[in-house]
Design a protein around this ligand. Structure first.
Ligand SMILES: *[C@@H]1O[C@H](CO)[C@@H](O)[C@H](O)[C@H]1NC(C)=O
Ligand SMILES: *[C@@H]1O[C@H](CO)[C@@H](O)[C@H](O)[C@H]1NC(C)=O
Ligand SMILES: *[C@@H]1O[C@H](CO)[C@@H](O)[C@H](O)[C@H]1NC(C)=O
Length: 970
């Protein structure tokens, strides 16, 4: 750097005879080093520029004249240079070409540059140069061929001296802030081939002298403030290929002399004030490829001579007053790719050539086209379907149905048929449009439902179907349109729930489902959508709580209004319970569904009488069953004595070792020999009823050997699978053995009656231990250690089931039996597998006796039910055991949900108050509180947030013996 400063000082002081003083130093080396000293070179592109060199000719970006060895070209395009264009350049007396394009140079250009009289090319385009160009800049520009300042920040006028550049072939100052009038001398530069002054603030008219620029190939005046008419003389510029007068204020009509420009391929007059008609002369411009006359005030018919321009690729006449119909001759424009005639007053039918020519982009929007789209599409040629990417016929008067052939246009990205009078259904073939990004069919009279196939149009970003007559539900397949940002379905008659799958659409920004008939609660996971800008569900019949999340917490009330039972802060209506809500059964529904009787307080009288009726009915059926069984037993015995073979325990084909009588039924015991003869009377005795649940009543009976068994009579018989399926499932269940599971010992099957034979457990069920005997002041209750042991035992039994891929589905305290040693034994596992279809309806309507234990995903059609629903039930059960309270309690005018209550208490720091008061302080808080927290985690709303049962066992181990850590696991 020191040396450079020294050189620079020297240059300034001794600028006349440098060579004399330091004979080894080349003027050009000096000039370039000084030039470099003014620059910042972050990429070190000029590293080879070394002042110790004798000659700069090998430096990067430098070329010398081979004869004189003086620098002729300096080309540093795109070197990432910033800083100023310094005076060092002035030392390069023999410079021919200076090209510094695409850098970050700032400051102005010195007047001196114009003194380099050998310069032929100056390209300073795409920098950040500013200031005005000095008026004498072009005084010595006789050699200048090409000059570009494009893409800088120059201001002021283009200097008059430009007229002196008699050899100038290209002049480009586009993209600056030049103002005023172009010097008249410009129009005398008859060597000019390219004139580009676009994107400045230039004004004035284009003079007739333009006719003298007979070498002109390209003229670009785009985006200035030129006024006046387009002079007739332009027709004399016979070599013109490209005319861009767009975005100015030219007025009058287009001169018909344009027809002489037979080489012209680009004609752009868009965004002016041009009037009049475009007449048949345009057909003479046989080389035209791009014609843009949009946004003017042209009127009249589109000339049919346009069909003569075979080379035409792009025609845009949108935003004018063209009327009539498009000429049929356009069928000859076989190269046309883009046609935009939108915003005119065109009438007639949608021309079928539109589909025959293989266009990429077609817009007819905002005209007065009528007739059906159908006929135009169906008469189209098959092989042209591939090209169409944009098809916009919105805002016309088209009628008829959307042709299903639309599915053949496989490249479509935008399909807009909105604001017409289309009828019928949205064709399923829409799903074949894999590239479709925008589909707008709004404001028609379409009916039917949104086809499920919409999910196959996986590129959709904008789906707009508002203001139609659509009904049915929003297909959950919408969840596969993963790029969707706008979903506008407002003002239809859509019903059903908002699909949970919508919460998979992570890019969603605009959702409008307002003015439909949607019901149910908004899926909570919608709260996770991070990019929502608006979400309008107003005027539906939605209920329940708004999803939580940053967007929904501050949603505008107008977006949710008009849903009478929606609750949350935004609708100014508080929700009846705290956030996580299990499925709650209406206690009043007992009369219609005796299977699902909960045990609501204060309704016992009615319940008793109903259960009495049921018991009598059940007993009657059982009697018949028992007679069959007895008959069967005799047969089995005789068969067995003959074959001297025991009934196979497992894995075998039972039917082969039994006499099967389809009329009477089939009895299978997994071990030993059944004998019900002494138990029959017991089944007649209502006192022997042990209990009843979602799957049926349970009776105790004593076998011949004096052993007790529990017999469950399945009351969901109409739902039971075929005999084959039933037996297969029961056999599977029969193989499951665990100390904490009630063993299934056998079964009996007839088409109308099914019995399951279980191990009898003497100690009663957990429900009784926890909740009964309160009234009669019997306070002898389970100790903390007993409760903990029960929790652990249940956890182990569930872990075992889940390990075998069996989901219990029906966990509740009345299904946990306590044996003589106080060990829990879980009953009723896996029975849902006996139902013909494991669907949510069946699960929630037939097993909903598990009031309060049922995981929330049962309410969501789209969330897969996994073993995590048992974890939820376990969590509720755990809280029930610790608090001694029922999962759901009906108070005078309130419903208390146990896990909400505990969660609330935990948040307020008084969780120990929830612990069963019968423990009367006799519990270790350091165990009880973590256990309750575990229960709350298990009752997480989102299944994946719940631990699995093996983890639960680990955690319980850690709680009981924190110091022993992991060793306790399992
Ligand atoms: C110019 O500078 C800006 C920041 O000052 C930088 O972002 C940009 O990449 C530079 N351009 C070139 C061509 O180096
Ligand atoms: C003028 O220069 C700009 C910027 O380099 C370029 O984009 C444009 O094509 C040039 N104009 C003509 C007519 O070549
Ligand atoms: C149950 O019925 C009673 C009396 O008909 C009624 O007051 C109560 O609101 C009902 N409860 C529910 C949850 O519907």
């Amino acid at each position: 750097m020191k040396k450079v400063c020294f050189l620079f000082v020297m240059l300034v002081l001794v600028n006349v005879n440098v060579k004399g003083l330091t004979p080894t130093l080349d003027d050009d080396v000096l000039g370039l080093i000084v030039f470099k000293a003014d620059l910042l070179d972050p990429d070190n592109k000029l590293a080879s520029w070394n002042e110790e060199d004798d000659s700069p000719c090998k430096w990067v970006g430098v070329r010398c004249n081979p004869r004189s060895n003086r620098v002729s070209d300096l080309v540093l395009d795109g070197f990432g240079l910033s800083g100023k264009m310094g005076r060092g350049l002035m030392q390069l007396k023999f410079l021919n070409k200076l090209s510094l394009a695409n850098n970050n140079l700032t400051g102005g250009i010195g007047v001196n540059l114009g003194q380099l009289s050998d310069l032929r090319v100056i390209d300073l385009s795409e920098n950040s140069l500013s200031g005005s160009v000095p008026s004498g800049f072009f005084d010595q520009c006789g050699s200048l061929r090409s000059f570009s300042l494009a893409g800088n920040k120059f201001t002021g006028q283009v200097p008059d001296s430009l007229g002196k550049c008699s050899s100038l072939g290209a002049f480009n100052v586009s993209g600056n802030q030049f103002s005023g009038v172009l010097p008249l001398g410009v129009w005398a530069l008859n060597g000019l081939r390219v004139l580009d002054v676009s994107d400045n603030f230039l004004e004035g008219e284009v003079p007739k002298e333009i006719g003298r620029l007979y070498n002109l190939r390209e003229i670009k005046l785009r985006k200035n403030q030129f006024t006046g008419v387009v002079p007739d003389e332009i027709g004399a510029c016979a070599l013109l290929r490209s005319i861009d007068f767009s975005e100015n204020s030219f007025s009058g009509s287009l001169p018909s002399t344009l027809q002489k420009l037979s080489l012209c391929n680009e004609l752009d007059f868009h965004g002016n004030l041009l009037t009049g008609e475009v007449s048949e002369w345009i057909g003479e411009m046989g080389s035209l490829q791009t014609v843009d006359l949009s946004k003017n005030m042209f009127a009249g018919a589109v000339p049919s001579a346009i069909g003569n321009i075979r080379s035409l690729k792009v025609l845009n006449i949108s935003g004018n007053g063209f009327s009539g119909s498009l000429p049929q001759s356009m069928v000859n424009c076989e190269n046309i790719q883009s046609l935009d005639v939108s915003r005119n007053a065109l009438t007639g039918f949608l021309p079928s050539w539109v589909f025959q020519l293989g266009l990429r982009s077609v817009s007819f929007s905002e005209n007065k086209l009528s007739g059906s789209v159908f006929s135009a599409v169906s008469s189209s040629v098959a092989n042209s379907h591939q090209n169409l990417q944009v098809f916009d016929v919105s805002h016309n008067e088209l009628s008829g149905e959307i042709p299903s052939d639309i599915g053949k246009f496989s490249s479509l990205r935008l399909l807009n048929m909105s604001k017409n009078s289309l009828i019928g259904e949205i064709p399923e073939t829409i799903g074949k449009l894999k590239a479709l990004s925008t589909l707008d069919l709004s404001e028609n009279q379409l009916n039917g439902s949104i086809p499920m196939e919409i999910g196959s149009a996986a590129s959709l970003k904008d789906l707009i179907l508002s203001r139609n007559l659509l009904s049915g539900s929003i297909p959950s397949s919408i969840g596969t349109c993963s790029s969707l940002t706008s979903l506008i379905l407002s003002r239809n008659s859509l019903s059903g729930q908002v699909p949970v799958a919508m919460s998979k659409l992570a890019d969603l920004q605009y959702v409008d489902l307002s003015f439909n008939k949607l019901t149910g609660a908004l899926p909570k996971p919608l709260g996770n959508l991070a990019h929502l800008v608006s979400f309008n569900v107003s005027h539906n019949q939605l209920q329940g709580e708004l999803p939580a999340g940053s967007f929904f917490n501050t949603i505008s009330p107008s977006s949710v209004t008009g849903n009478p039972t929606l609750c949350g802060a935004a609708v100014n209506r508080s929700c009846p319970t705290v956030m996580p809500k299990p499925i709650v059964l209406n206690p009043n529904s007992t009369g219609t569904d005796p299977e699902s009787i909960p045990q609501p307080l204060g309704r016992k009288k009615i319940l008793l009488s109903i259960s009495a009726l049921i018991a009598i009915g059940a007993a009657a059926v059982i009697v018949i069953g028992i007679i069959f069984i007895t008959v069967l037993n005799l047969r089995v015995r005789s068969t067995m004595s003959r074959s001297a073979a025991a009934v196979p325990l497992s894995g075998g084909d039972y039917s082969s070792s039994h006499t099967t009588d389809t009329n009477s039924g089939k009895l299978v015991m997994f071990s030993g020999e059944p004998d019900f003869s002494t138990g029959a009377h017991a089944l007649l005795n209502k006192d022997c009823e042990l209990g009843r649940g979602g799957f049926g009543a349970v009776y105790r009976t004593v076998l011949g050997d004096g052993r007790s068994v529990a017999i469950k009579k399945l009351t969901v018989s109409s739902l039971v699978k075929s005999q084959e399926d039933f037996e297969r499932e029961v056999k599977k269940l029969g193989k499951i053995h665990h100390p904490n599971l009630v063993a299934l010992e056998g079964y009996y099957w007839t088409p109308s009656l099914q019995l399951l034979i279980y191990e009898y457990v003497s100690g009663g069920n957990l429900y009784k231990h926890l909740h009964e005997g309160e009234e009669d002041g019997n306070r002898s209750s389970l100790t903390w250690n007993e409760r903990f042991n029960i929790i652990l035992g249940i956890a182990k039994s569930l872990a075992h089931l889940h390990h075998l891929n069996v989901i219990h589905y029906n966990l509740k305290s009345s299904n946990v039996l306590i044996d003589g040693l106080g060990e829990p034994k879980v009953a009723d596992f896996g029975l849902a597998r006996l139902l013909p279809m494991l669907d949510r309806y069946v699960l929630s309507s037939k097993i909903q006796s598990a009031l309060g234990y049922m995981a929330p995903e049962f309410a969501c059609k789209t969330v897969k039910i996994t073993e995590k629903c048992d974890v939820y039930g376990f969590g509720v059960l755990l809280l029930e055991i610790v608090t001694g309270r029922r999962p759901v309690e009906y108070m005078e005018d309130d419903v208390v949900i146990l896990c909400d209550m505990v969660r609330g208490a935990l948040e307020e720091g008084r969780v120990d108050e929830c612990i069963d008061e019968r423990l009367q302080g006799k519990f270790p808080a350091e165990e009880a509180i973590p256990v309750m927290k575990l229960g709350l985690i298990c009752t997480s709303q989102v299944p994946s947030n719940r631990p699995d049962m093996a983890e639960v066992i680990n955690i319980l181990g850690l709680i009981k013996c924190p110091s022993e850590g992991q060793e306790e696991s399992g």
